[in-house]
Write a protein that binds this ligand. Structure first.
Ligand SMILES: [Zn+2]
Length: 247
C-alpha cells in the first residue's frame, strides 16, 4: 500500500490539463463542499436546496412503511476509480430492492471515508452507498456505516484488485462478491427524502440508512481511506423533513 499515495499524486498531475474544461469539485479549499453551489449553474441546488444530504440521524419517528426487501445476486468484480471514490458496478447479475411498492435495481455501490451521515452525533470511519433506480429513474440509496473491528471478506476481495489511477477500471469475471457481507444481519432503516451528496446535489432521493454498522479491519479502513481520500460532505440541515425508522 505504500506505493499508492505517490501514484495518486502522479494521476492528479496527469489529469489536470484534461480536467480544465470540466467542472472541478472536491472536498477542500476553493472547490470544497461549501463552494459547490457557486462552481456551476447546474450545481445551484447544492446551496439552495432544502432537502440536502447527508444529515444527522437521531430522533426518528416509527416508520409507517415496512423495511425494504433486498435480493442481491453475487456480482463479479468491476471496480472503477472515478477520482472521487471507488465505484463497484452492479449490472452483471440481478440485484433488486422492493420498497414502498416499487421495484428498484441496484446500479452501483461506492465508498466514503469518513461516513457522511452521522448517527446520534457520531460519525463512523466509513459509509457505503448502494445506489438504486426504478424504471422511472427514481433514486433510492441504501447507506451502511462501517466501524473498526474484524476483517470484512467482501472488502478484502475488492482490495486485492484496486484501480489506482483516475478513470481506471479493474474487472474480474471469475470473482463473486457477496453483497450481503457488506450489510448487517439485522436490518432497520432510517428513511428520509434527501439528495445526492455530490454535485449537482439533485433532490428527491429516497435515503435508507441502516442503523447497525458493519465491521472492517483497521488495515482495510486505512487502505480505503488512502484510496478515496477524505470524501465526505458535511451534514446538512433537516429543515421541514421527517426522519423515520423501520421496525
Ligand atoms: Zn455516496
Amino acid at each position: 500500500m505504500r506505493k499508492i499515495l505517490p501514484l495518486l499524486v502522479l494521476a492528479c498531475a496527469f489529469t489536470t490539463q484534461a480536467e480544465q474544461h470540466q467542472s472541478h469539485w472536491g472536498y477542500e479549499g476553493a472547490a470544497g463542499p461549501d463552494q459547490w453551489g457557486n462552481l456551476e449553474l447546474d450545481f445551484a441546488t447544492c446551496k439552495k436546496g432544502k432537502q440536502q444530504s447527508p444529515i444527522e440521524l437521531s430522533g426518528a419517528e416509527i416508520a409507517k412503511f415496512s423495511a425494504p426487501q433486498l435480493n442481491y445476486a453475487a456480482q463479479p468484480l468491476k471496480l472503477t476509480n472515478n477520482g472521487h471514490t471507488l465505484v463497484q458496478d452492479v449490472s452483471a447479475a440481478p440485484a433488486h430492492m422492493s420498497f414502498g411498492g416499487q421495484d428498484y435495481n441496484l446500479k452501483q455501490f461506492h465508498f466514503h471515508t469518513p461516513s457522511e451521515h452521522h448517527l446520534n452525533g457520531k460519525s463512523f470511519p466509513m459509509e457505503l452507498h448502494f445506489v438504486h433506480s426504478d424504471a422511472d429513474g427514481q433514486l433510492a440509496v441504501v447507506g451502511v456505516f462501517v466501524q473498526q473491528g474484524t476483517t470484512n471478506s467482501t472488502l478484502q476481495q475488492l482490495l486485492q484488485k484496486v484501480p489506482l489511477l483516475k478513470d481506471e477500471t479493474v474487472a474480474d469475471q471469475n470473482s463473486a462478491l457477496d453483497l450481503f457481507a457488506l450489510m448487517p444481519a439485522e436490518k432497520h432503516f432510517y428513511h428520509y427524502m434527501g439528495s445526492l451528496t455530490t454535485p449537482p446535489c439533485t433532490e428527491n432521493v429516497h435515503w435508507l440508512v441502516l442503523n447497525t454498522p458493519i465491521e472492517a479491519s483497521a488495515e482495510q479502513l486505512k487502505q480505503l481511506n488512502q484510496l478515496v481520500g477524505n470524501n465526505s460532505r458535511p451534514v446538512q440541515n433537516l429543515n421541514a423533513r421527517t426522519l423515520t425508522l423501520t421496525r
